[in-house]
Design a binder for this molecule. Structure first.
Ligand code: ADP
Length: 675
């Protein structure tokens, strides 16, 4: 049995591992960087050791410093979590050299799976089905292109050392090959220090289905079923679920056995995940094996009733697997939604800032929140911007999805931009409810998910105005309740005046645009309704608001929705999407109302990678002008309209601070202004 465990990680996964270790009576040691001195994982652990400066290359990736911390505190084992040193064979070797148990597979297994190319060669020999492609050593552009041409487009370029969707580019036609290869290699080199590439046939509508395997050092192996991780942005998982909807028992078994075959081929021990692409016709192809605990492991825990970190610690201590295959069962359905500090409306650009308000939903048998942050913490540029994993469980997919939707409504964050609204809209699309999944899901359903078509705005404005009006009435009633004269007109916040046509005008902001909506109250005896005119559409509406629920009837269509108000910001959580808007307060001349300057500012601290046009060249709307790299991902700055760049303020290779102006742009004057 292990007695003291050092966790070579941070954030939610460090906290999650500490919880299980504590449950098993194992004491814990955290490591931390300058940026994490007061982090949650440091507070939860029994001891903590400082290992360096904020950038991970100076702290969490410093293998020797981590080993020294273990030796200094007398830890007999190290759990690497995921990311950082978790799949680093040198680190595992260093642990062994220092008589420290590495909670992970043998060094040889990590090495075997470390390169996607080498892994494919091993799997080919072991008879595991592969996606057609080229994973050879000859890396000349001519050879890579020749294989792509032969295979036929689209193809996918992948960094052999890749992970997290980085160093990957789709190529749709031969003419795009050269540019895509350069970009993929550049990203791979900066992320992994290695730009070896492989090419695969790009399957256009596959699902990502992965199998959780577990092996002990006594020759036993089991699979704990599958997870469907098809919903991805930038080839990175956003919502995962278990079991995979619609997978037959036969295919589940075939995939489980193929995954175990893959594990056996490399003498695997511990927790591992074999990722497959699953095609519409039921065929599946090996993609890669991750030799560590996955971010999305909680969905497997929820449906199997097992604690995978406990299994890892037992196996690392030399015990046999707690259960055999025949003892494992799937119970119910689970989802995990990754709550990120990022801006879905701006190409999912990572966001940073102070988490000034953080209120996750209440945890229960149905809701689990794995997080490593608290209110008041900083989401910094140094690490992955994931704030939490929201995990829900229920007896079947339909019920679990309702839990997910409710938990997303209840998840409240302020201070940083998050993807919560995006997750809510996504999980409430019909296609997601019907489990019509594939890896192109987000692109395919972007209209509903990002919900900003003219039609949506027309439908949203009257509802927003109605809610605002009812909320205003509610506030004024509450104010009256505290006054001596409850009926004094001086306490009224509304614009209603006795014996007049009651009209009130609201300035609303939604999707970064302002709208004026006028509301007229009509009273007929006991009956009261509103005529709402948004300039785009006139409707008749009535409704009531109580206990954060809005019941509204707009042109005879009744809806009931959860609502939330935070100062001047309002949210309506409808059946298919959430609507967020603000009530613009009258400007009493305090603000300069001149037009907003055209923003070409660096989205965050980073490096200018390339200038794509020459100053003075004519460019088209949406043409990329400049590429920046921040948090190891490339972001392009695009032309907002036809025009030309008059000047770039930085050259390729220069470091820029977040917010710095990157270039000046002149819009083409003859172009028609779009409102
Ligand atoms: P990483 O290790 O960077 O996460 P993976 O090889 O696991 O990269 O692939 C990530 C995702 O990219 C997959 O889940 C899938 O959506 C997509 N993908 C990978 N290979 C292919 C392919 N050949 N065809 C279509 N999509 C693919």
């Amino acid at each position: 049995m292990l007695t003291k465990l050092l966790i070579a990680n941070r954030g939610e996964i460090a906290c999650r591992i500490i919880k299980t270790a504590r449950k098993m009576g194992i004491s814990t040691v955290a490591v931390y960087s300058d940026a994490d001195a007061n982090a949650l994982h440091v507070q939860l652990a029994d001891e903590a050791v400082h290992i360096g400066a904020a950038p991970s290359k100076d702290s969490y990736l410093q293998a020797q410093k981590v080993i020294d911390a273990a030796l200094q505190t007398g830890a007999d084992a190290i759990h690497p979590g995921y990311g950082f040193l978790s799949e680093n064979a040198n680190f595992a070797t260093l642990c062994a050299d220092n008589n420290i148990v590495f909670v992970g597979p043998p060094v040889a297994a990590i090495e075997a799976m470390g390169s996607k190319s080498a892994a494919k060669t091993i799997m080919q020999q072991a008879g595991v089905p592969l996606v057609p492609g080229y994973h050879g050593d000859d890396q000349s552009e001519a050879i890579l292109k020749q294989h792509s041409d032969q295979m036929g487009y689209p193809v996918l370029l992948k960094a052999a050392a890749g992970g997290g969707g980085k160093g990957m580019r789709q190529v749709w036609k031969a003419a795009e090959f050269s540019e895509a290869l350069a970009a993929a290699k550049r990203e791979a080199m900066s992320s992994f220090g290695d730009d070896l590439m492989l090419v695969e046939k790009y399957l256009t509508q596959p699902r990502h289905v992965e199998i959780q395997v577990f092996c002990d050092s006594h020759g036993n192996g089991v699979y704990l079923f599958e997870r469907d991780c098809s919903v991805q942005r930038r080839h990175q998982k956003v919502i995962e679920e278990a079991p995979a909807p619609g997978l037959s028992t036969t295919i589940r078994q075939q995939m489980g056995e193929a995954a175990l075959q893959a594990a056996e081929a490399i003498g695997y021990v511990g927790a591992g995940t074999v990722e497959f692409l699953f095609d519409a016709d039921g065929s599946f192809y090996f993609m890669e094996m991750n030799t560590r605990l996955q971010v999305e492991h909680p969905v497997t825990e929820m449906i199997s009733g097992q604690d995978l970190v406990e299994w890892q610690l037992r196996v690392a201590a030399g015990e046999t697997l707690p259960l055999q295959q025949s003892e494992l069962r799937i119970n119910g359905h689970a989802f995990e939604a990754r709550i990120y500090a990022e801006d879905p409306d701006n190409d999912f650009l990572p966001a940073t800032g102070l988490l000034s308000y953080h209120q996750p939903p209440q945890e229960s048998a149905h809701v689990r929140v794995d997080t490593g942050v608290r209110q008041g913490d900083q989401v910094s540029v140094y690490y992955d911007p994931m704030i939490a994993k929201l995990i829900v469980w229920d007896e079947d997919r339909h019920k679990a999805l309702q839990r997910l939707s409710q938990a997303l409504v209840d998840y409240r964050i302020k201070g940083v931009t998050t993807n919560i609204n995006f997750l809510y809209n996504l999980s409430n699309t019909k296609a997601f409810q019907q489990a019509d999944l594939d890896t192109g899901f987000i692109e395919k359903h972007q209209q509903q998910i990002f919900q900003n078509s003219t039609q949506d705005i027309e439908a949203s404005l009257p509802l927003a105005a109605l809610y605002l009006l009812l909320a205003q009435e509610q506030q004024s009633l509450a104010a009256h309740a505290h006054r001596a004269d409850r009926y004094s007109p001086w306490n009224s916040h509304s614009a209603w005046r006795a014996n007049e046509v009651h009209q009130q005008v609201f300035e609303l902001e939604l999707y970064q645009q302002q709208y004026r909506v006028s509301v007229q109250q009509v009273s007929r005896g006991e009956e009261r309704y509103f005529l709402i005119d948004s300039g785009k559409r006139q409707v008749t509406a009535s409704g009531c608001l109580s206990n954060e629920t809005l019941i509204a009837v707009v042109d005879g269509h009744r809806i009931s929705a959860k609502v939330h108000q935070d100062n001047h910001d309002y949210s309506i959580f409808g059946r298919e999407h959430a609507l967020h808007f603000s009530h613009v307060q009258p400007d009493f001349g305090l603000h300069n109302s001149s037009d907003h300057p055209q923003g070409f500012n660096a989205p965050m601290n980073g490096t200018v990678v390339a200038l794509l046009v020459n100053p003075g060249d004519s460019v088209e709307k949406d043409q990329p002008l400049l590429i920046m790299e921040a948090m190891k991902m490339e972001h392009s700055i695009k032309a907002p309209s036809a025009g030309k760049v008059s000047e770039f303020f930085f050259q390729a290779g220069e470091l820029v601070d977040g917010g710095a102006e990157l270039l000046s742009f002149e819009a083409e004057t003859t172009a028609k202004e779009t409102p």
